[in-house]
Design a protein. Structure first.
Length: 330
């Protein structure tokens, strides 16, 4: 493997930076363990790298040293940081007057956007809409890439893509051919899919967005009761850490949907809607942007920015339709 070999997505492989240190067999061992880029190796704590079968601690030390020398993973000036921000993409929600304005242009790449709300607030319709808009050309607010969806609730319907694709003037079959969908049945399965997806993004990219609908539903099934709360949060944190690293490695936007639960302390306060998103502080800190979805009149819904590093707390209305989420007609 050559020193500057690259994948189809344009990323340097874990082997390509230091061919004189590791063999092709070693590279395959890294890949089998889920490490497909030099970033994925460097972003991982050493104790986890030591779990890779057949790779010695001395070899790991040499690989990490070589990567740190050859890649710029140290301090940067503010000017350099600003330059890196220019690679960030914005993916339109398809609602120029409402949601896009609220989000400063759409969903950001290299970050996690969380939407949460109760039943029938339009979460899955966001998923279907963004599955189409993410493939649009940049001049139309798209991400010009493929879409990956991990469906944990069996809610995705490919037939719903057709009217949304027609609305945006794109070929439905082309959209479906560039959309990868997988059904997860437990949290281990979900984590394995995320690991597998890193390899797919490396070889078959570029991807514009990763969507997980829903992020927490399987955790609520696999970890029951307060006795398993600590284990659940630890497992959830590990999964979110992997997703965060992937978002930055491949410059993809990540959209995760989340459920809400009754707040046992809500009745003791004067809060009008004592519900809170599942996942606690672990999910709250992992999400770059948090959006709360609420029911309005008829097909109208309200989206509120709860937390964002770049947008103020505000609200916007949108409407659910067969053609996806749209600006309100009134």
């Amino acid at each position: 493997m050559q020193a500057q070999a690259q994948s189809a997505s344009g990323h340097a492989t874990a082997a390509s930076e230091s061919p004189y240190l590791i063999t092709k067999t070693d590279v395959n061992k890294f890949k089998d363990a889920g490490y497909h880029t030099v970033e994925s190796v460097l972003y991982t704590v050493k104790k986890n790298l030591l779990l890779i079968k057949g790779i010695t601690e001395a070899k790991i030390d040499k690989v990490l040293e070589a990567i740190q020398k050859e890649k710029s993973f140290s301090f940067k000036t503010g000017v350099e940081a600003l330059h890196l921000r220019k690679r960030i993409k914005k993916i339109t929600t398809g609602t120029s007057m409402g949601l896009d304005a609220l989000l400063g242009g759409g969903l950001e790449s290299s970050s996690i956007t969380e939407i949460y709300g109760e039943f029938r607030t339009g979460k899955t319709q966001w998923v279907h809409t963004l599955a189409v808009t993410a493939m649009l050309p940049a001049q139309h607010g798209g991400g010009e890439g493929k879409v990956a969806i991990i469906d944990t609730e069996g809610a995705f319907r490919p037939e719903k893509i057709a009217p949304i694709a027609e609305r945006f003037g794109v070929d439905c079959e082309s959209v479906l051919n560039n959309l990868l969908i997988a059904r997860a049945y437990n949290t281990d399965h979900q984590m394995n899919m995320i690991r597998d997806l890193a390899a797919i993004m490396m070889e078959e990219g570029p991807f514009a967005i990763l969507i997980i609908d829903s992020m927490t539903s399987l955790f609520r099934v696999d970890y029951v009761g307060r006795g398993e709360l600590s284990a659940r949060q630890q497992s959830l944190g590990q999964m979110l850490s992997k997703i965060t690293k992937m978002a930055e490695e491949f410059n993809v936007a990540v959209l995760i949907t989340n459920q809400v639960m009754s707040n046992p302390d809500g009745g003791m306060t004067f809060v009008s809607d004592p519900k809170k998103p599942v996942g606690g502080h672990v999910l709250a800190h992992a999400s770059t942007t948090r959006l709360e979805l609420k029911k309005g009149r008829g097909d109208c819904r309200i989206c509120k920015v709860v937390d964002s590093p770049s947008q103020p707390e505000a609200e916007a209305s949108y409407q659910i339709s067969d053609a996806g989420i749209i600006d309100p007609k009134d």
